[in-house]
Design a protein around this ligand. Sequence first.
Ligand SMILES: [Zn+2]
Length: 85
Amino acid sequence: MTAIPHQRPAAGAVTAASLTQAGDRPSGSCPECGSARVTALAMTLTDGTPVRFTSCHACEHRHWSHDGRDLEFSDVISRATKLKV
Ligand SMILES: [Zn+2]
C-alpha cells in the first residue's frame, strides 16, 4: 500500500514566477553587430547626467545614451571626469 502524500504545488506559484520577467525588456540591440545580447545599465555621470550604458556580449561594443540619444564616448568621459573644485 503506497501512502505517498500527493500535494500539488499551488498553481499560483508558477504564474508568479513567470511574471517576474515582465519589465525585463531589452532596451535594444547592439549598434555595431545588431545582437540583442546586450546589457543595459542606468548610471549617472559625475555632472549628474543620467545615462544608459549598453554593453554588447557579442562584440563587446559599448555605448552610452541619454534621453534616447547616443552620446559620444569622449563626451561621456569629459562629463565623467569633470572635477568638483
Ligand atoms: Zn555587438
